[in-house]
Design a protein around this ligand. Structure first.
Ligand SMILES: [Zn+2]
Length: 276
């Protein structure tokens, strides 16, 4: 299994024509239902980008994990989704992807104010390193409520113009001021709600800092876009411009959701400024 894709990649590198087996694409894509939120005509472009991604990046299995065809293709497709409208240049400057079989711990050291060094194990699902590899935990069947792959590659994009700070390089025509206003307001609102013990559609981990907010919101943009658009419309609009996709429309289309037309003559007492 592992070798089918590697053999194929070798043939691609030698300019021999070949293609991944249709059943491999079908099997991997079936486990990524949010790909169906894309317009159908973008699928060939996503696949081509994933293939180019596989040709450029290198995978390493940690703790004895065999990084097989399904894992490589799944990671490539999801990483490529984030750069569908940017191209591979957005991931320049690094090549490695380290895949762990499930969550892992990283030994850390911190020095306290008294100069005493404390060592501890930091349990992690992934880590994106500046100018270094992307490290991800792989779970067969995914990890409920979290998309580690989308999350870590969103960090990678954020880091491409400096430290991860929730302010990635924007596309021409986007406004840095509007981005900052939308994300700052949403981040502050999420933190207030979290302090009050109120759950939202975003994982509370997004309150950690603006970089995590961007990465978690990016997960939601692709996986649960209708919910993100309803809860944080300004952030959705910025991410839609940033990723060049309208995933919420795609989810609505896939779900068969039809929004009711405005009534011609709304009841006079209906506009009391509240929403049920
Ligand atoms: Zn993160």
């Amino acid at each position: 299994m592992l070798d089918t894709l590697k053999r194929w990649l070798n043939r691609v590198r030698k300019n021999e024509t070949a293609a991944p087996a249709p059943e491999l694409w079908a099997r991997v894509e079936a486990r990524l239902p949010f790909l169906d939120f894309l317009p159908e005509e973008t699928r060939p472009r996503l696949r081509a980008l994933a293939v180019a991604f596989l040709g450029e990046k290198e995978f390493y299995g940690a703790q004895g994990l065999q990084v097989g065809d399904d894992i490589m293709l799944s990671i490539a497709l999801q990483a490529s989704l984030l750069i569908l409208n940017r191209g591979l240049a957005a991931y320049r400057g690094w090549v490695g992807i380290i895949v762990y079989p499930g969550d892992f711990v990283v030994p850390r050291q911190v020095m306290d104010e008294a100069g005493v060094v404390h060592e501890y194990d930091d349990p992690m699902l992934g880590e994106a390193r500046q100018d270094g590899p992307v490290v991800v935990a792989w779970f067969d069947g995914g990890c409920p409520g979290v998309n580690v792959i989308l999350h870590e590659f969103a960090h990678k994009l954020d880091m491409a113009n400096g430290n991860a700070d929730g302010s990635p390089a924007l596309l021409p025509g986007m406004s840095r001021r509007q981005w900052a206003e939308a994300f700052t307001a949403a981040y502050e609102r999420l933190c207030r709600l979290d302090d009050a013990g109120i759950e939202t559609i975003l994982d509370p981990y997004a309150t950690t800092n603006p970089a995590e907010f961007f990465a978690v919101a990016s997960e939601a943009f692709f996986e649960t876009p209708l919910s993100l658009r309803a809860a944080f419309p300004a952030v959705y609009a910025q991410l839609s411009a940033y990723y060049g996709l309208d995933t919420a429309e795609g989810e609505a289309r896939k779900s068969g959701i039809r929004f009711a037309a405005e009534p011609d003559n709304p009841p006079e007492d209906s506009d009391d400024g509240t929403a049920g």
